[in-house]
Design a protein around this ligand. Structure first.
Ligand code: CU
Length: 316
């Protein structure tokens, strides 16, 4: 993107943060804007759209709806860019996305001495990064996170955070972490991902369940490599970087589908419950996904082709 395009994108995100929420007053007190509505919907659906049969397609439509809102509500003319993980994995702070300049998404957070390692599960942890505090400057220094923070462990217990709708304004927190980026978002990881021979393997390469370090994958790796706000399992879309990360997840999905469209275009595997639990039915192309205030309900089959239905996009 040219610097002009980056500034236009950033201005549109700021505009979305000023655009009124679509929730009825009082229903979701933390949703102060249309930007926050996306965070709220993600929180509300967390227990059905991660390590489940609809992870890939749900996040595809979610990013599409966000891009659509940037364009239709806020005058943005471009597309939602993706974050090419391996390119800056060993130098996140030097990347145009996170270098803290006025054309970035803001950079690292202030060094927070009390930031500890990331506990993946009992006995398994990953080292902290270089920040852990509020972002120090750049375009999103005043971007408030209005929900959470939430405890990721709740997801593994299939529990929603109590009173998640509450308004709890905080700063955007980053903890740039090249250890995590170079281990989980490198080129070999991307190659392995794209070499998956079927949908079970492909989904597993993104995020295995139960989570092991080996199977941590570039989805979780990307979230954790940016730190606290992006590492919040429920409220991560509160960090504008979420959409760059998930555009790249979707790019991987689209590239992988295009390798063998006959077998992969409509391949699905898994239920609608976190951890592929069988208390909900298997996702099928006819399963309808409800988008609440963000958009109209859609059949899964309508979300599986980037060049079909409401979509008309491809990745470079
Ligand atoms: Cu998500």
């Amino acid at each position: 993107m040219t610097k002009h395009e980056r500034r236009e994108y950033i201005a549109a995100v700021h505009c979305l943060k000023r655009t009124p929420s679509r929730f009825e007053p009082g229903v979701v007190p933390g949703a102060k804007s249309l930007y926050d509505d996306f965070v709220a919907v993600h929180i509300n659906k967390t227990l059905s759209v991660h390590t489940s049969g609809i992870f890939l397609i749900w996040h595809r439509e979610f990013v599409h709806l966000y891009e659509h809102a940037l364009r239709t509500e806020c005058g943005y003319h471009g597309a939602q860019p993706y974050w090419d993980w391996p390119r800056w994995a060993d130098d996140l702070a030097g990347s145009p996305l996170f270098d803290g300049s006025d054309t970035s998404l803001s950079g690292d957070g202030a060094h927070n001495a009390s930031q500890g390692p990331y506990e993946i599960k009992p006995g398994v942890s990953l080292p902290r990064g270089t920040g852990g505090g509020c972002v120090l400057g750049g375009p999103f220094v005043n971007h408030t996170v209005n929900f959470g923070p939430f405890d990721t462990a709740l997801a593994f217990e299939l529990k929603m955070p109590p009173n998640w709708e509450a308004y709890n304004p905080q700063c955007l927190v980053r903890d740039l972490n090249t250890y995590i980026a170079t281990h989980f978002c490198n080129q070999q990881i991307v190659d392995r991902l794209l070499n998956a021979s079927n949908i079970v393997e492909f989904q597993g390469n993104f995020t295995s369940y139960p989570t092991t370090l080996e199977g941590f994958g570039p989805h979780g790796g990307g979230h954790l490599s940016l730190g606290n706000t992006m590492a919040d399992f429920f409220a991560s879309p509160a960090d504008p970087a979420f959409y760059f990360h998930h555009a790249q997840v979707d790019r991987m999905y689209a590239i992988w589908q295009d390798i063998d469209p006959e077998h992969r275009r409509y391949a699905l595997n898994g239920t609608l419950t976190f951890g592929y639990r069988n208390d909900t039915p298997e996702a099928t192309v006819d399963t309808v996904i409800d988008w609440g205030v963000l958009g109209k309900p859609k059949r899964i089959g309508e979300i599986m082709n980037p060049m079909g239905g409401d979509y008309c996009y491809r990745y470079q």
